[in-house]
Design a protein around this ligand. Sequence first.
Ligand code: C2E
Ligand code: MG
Ligand code: MG
Ligand code: MG
Length: 288
Amino acid sequence: LDQARTEAHAVIRDLSAGTPAFDRLTLTRELPDAIVNGEMFLQYQPKVHVRRQQIASAEALVRWQHPTRGLILPGDFITVAEEAREISALTLWTLEKVIADQKLIAADGNDLTIFINISGQLLADVRFVKQMCTRVVESGARIGLEITETSVIRDPESAIANLQAFADVGIAIAIDDYGAGLSSLAYLKQLPARELKIDKMFVLQLTSSNRDPLIVRSTIDLAHALEMEVTAEGVETQAAMALLSVMGCDMVQGYLISRPVSIEAFRQFLRDDKARAPEEQSHAMFRR
Ligand code: C2E
Ligand code: MG
Ligand code: MG
Ligand code: MG
């Protein structure tokens, strides 16, 4: 019955989303094996600290290399994973891969926190929270989690308690896609988050729109008032970068610095950056 319900939900979603139902149902069935068969892989995207002109951290983004359909991006399978109740398994797989990749990065003499995206469903999953905390503590990995406010608003009490449990074992918390979903200032001030990421929808047209710069500037000021650091995602141009710098944005992430890349390419990116003289770093980096 559970499986039938899951599939019925998928059909209803597809009717509204306009995606062929067949695809989602098939993906739902294929997903558990895909994780086990090694069809999932991670790409990494750096975040750069604007003032220090240094790489601050990185975000891990999951992809599915499907044997017949080719590359599938998370936008097309994360909700499938949630509906199929596979999101916990997928996220724990991601954590293990990140722990292993962070060791490779450390072997190159580089040391940085890696952020993992956490689906809202998991913020209410006590078993998942325990497994995650245990693995982070025993591995000694430097892990951060990106969560959206929308996922907190579903069940704020348990979400806030679980986020505090993560924070208590040294996991960094960032608010992802700020401004794109449901938002509550009442919750924002209660979350144990030190970083707020402005959604790329406000950043992509930063220098060609009238309102986006006002929204971005006031969001930066709000975050600073709450003693949080601000990251702008979707930074694609020098012009956006310059404006964000003037506005006091702390960190930037986007194609201007690097697209999400394989662990091998990311290690090379970090090695190249390290080899540069400090005064050269920002210029070279922001001209890529
Ligand atoms: P997100 O966490 O907000 O990730 C940022 C997305 O913006 C990524 O898309 C990234 O490739 C894209 N991006 C980065 N820089 C730029 C830029 O300069 N311009 C533009 N146009 N786009 C840029 P991606 O990888 O397709 O991921 C989409 C979403 O899927 C993520 O949004 C995240 O919410 C979710 N996701 C990714 N990996 C996972 C995961 O392991 N677990 C869960 N639950 N969700 C994930
Ligand atoms: Mg994210
Ligand atoms: Mg984001
Ligand atoms: Mg986003």
